[in-house]
Ligand binder design. Structure first.
Ligand SMILES: *Cc1c(COP(=O)(O)O)cnc(C)c1O
Length: 379
């Protein structure tokens, strides 16, 4: 794999010699019109019609019961964990191969992440390793499952759909059901992905998507919680709007809430983006097919797992070792082609270095080899 020849191919594909970002948004729908409408209406903040319209559109798209739009995906994860009942000094099963936000949200609750290895093909939590961990350390008591080693309660499980690839979410949920552990899907990267025709974010008790600037559609900054449980939805909305009890004028807050609601201005942008979603998906698919052609017969391009639909969010290649990876990153970035390694395992970060984990063999293998390549839609 020659990084220089690859860079030339990228410059030809994206028709520029300027900086080529990893993932940039495209705005060629109703974005400007909707934002102008919010300004003209003066309803730019967290009350306004675009917030409701966006929530309803996502609810319909995913075929879930309720959606609650928030300021970002991290806030969404934080609220889900609170609603599910994660308490201070509890533990939450998750993956070390993820963006830092997944573990941060757990830590914001005063809980501790426990890292389960991933599968090589999905790059998401491995049901096999999850089962082994629970058989080794889990102990079912009356009010939930406890960790035999630390004596702490395991109060949730948060798998993540890496780069929009579906994790083995059905098996993960089956195992967690046996152990009475609620599953929250970190679907931040997976809007539009499906497992056997069912949407990412519709499997867990609750799920979260992100609409940050680098995600498949953007609100500038934003996130959404989805759930089929109406009570969870009400609780999530309550907590994210400062936990204020409804009243015509009194300020009474009956719990410690958060100011996490999505502003109407951001909802206007992301609703316009959602209207263009099919075009964005088409364009990203065609880029993937272009890569597929380029890498034909080379076994470098990472392909989505079987029986799943992928949203083509972030494309990646799997190089043969750390040295080759580092050389590739150095050469391509030098030529203003943005390429990035997959995340450093979260158990290597100072805040999470003392968290319990299994051997992380697959996660370490991927950590040394996976590199993301430019993946923007070109409309
Ligand atoms: C982007 C992302 C988040 C957080 O979303 P923000 O909107 O940036 O707060 C959480 N988890 C994963 C896996 C993500 O990629």
């Amino acid at each position: 794999m020659n990084p220089q020849i690859f860079s030339q191919f990228i410059q030809e594909t994206f028709k520029t010699k300027e900086l080529i970002p990893l993932h940039e948004p495209v705005f060629n729908g109703n974005e400007k019109q909707y934002i102008e409408e919010t300004i003209d209406s003066t309803f730019v903040s967290s009350v306004g019609p675009f917030v409701n319209r966006f929530e309803e559109a996502i609810t319909r798209f995913l075929k879930v019961k309720k959606s609650i739009a928030l300021v970002n995906g991290t806030a969404g994860l934080h609220v889900c964990l609170k609603v599910i009942g994660v308490k201070e000094s509890d533990e939450v099963l998750t993956q070390a191969l993820s963006f830092v936000a997944t573990s941060n949200a757990i830590a914001y609750c005063g809980a501790k992440p426990v890292y389960i290895d991933v599968d090589l093909d999905t790059m998401g939590m491995s049901p096999k390793h999850l089962k082994t961990f629970l058989e080794n350390y889990g102990e079912i008591r009356e009010n939930g499952t406890y960790n035999k080693k630390t004596k702490k309660k395991i109060s949730a499980c948060v798998p993540m759909h890496t780069f929009g690839f579906m994790s083995r979410i059905d098996e993960i949920i089956k195992i967690c059901d046996l152990w009475k552990i609620p599953v929250i899907e970190d679907a931040a990267e997976a809007l539009g992905s499906c497992f056997k025709k069912q949407s990412a974010g519709s499997f867990g008790r609750m799920s979260v998507f992100s609409f940050n600037g680098n995600k498949i559609i953007t609100a500038g900054g934003g996130g959404i919680i989805c759930t089929n449980n109406v009570q969870f939805a009400e609780k999530a909305k309550f907590l994210s709007t400062t936990a204020k009890d409804p009243h015509k004028w009194e300020y009474f807050h009956s719990d410690l809430g958060f100011n996490y609601r999505m502003p109407n201005l951001n909802a206007a942008l992301v609703l316009a983006q959602l209207e263009m979603f099919n075009n964005i998906l088409e364009s990203k698919k065609s880029l993937f097919l272009t890569y597929n052609d380029y890498f034909k017969g080379k076994n470098l391009l990472v392909k989505p797992p079987k029986e799943t639909t992928w949203n083509y969010w972030l494309m990646s290649i799997r190089l043969s070792n750390l040295e080759e990876r580092n050389e590739f990153l150095y050469q391509t970035n030098n030529l203003k082609i943005m390429t990035r390694p997959i995340w450093k395992l979260l158990c290597r970060l100072p805040m999470y270095s003392n968290c319990q984990r299994d051997d992380q063999k697959n996660a370490r293998f991927l950590e040394e080899r996976i590199v993301n390549i430019p993946s923007s839609a070109r409309i």
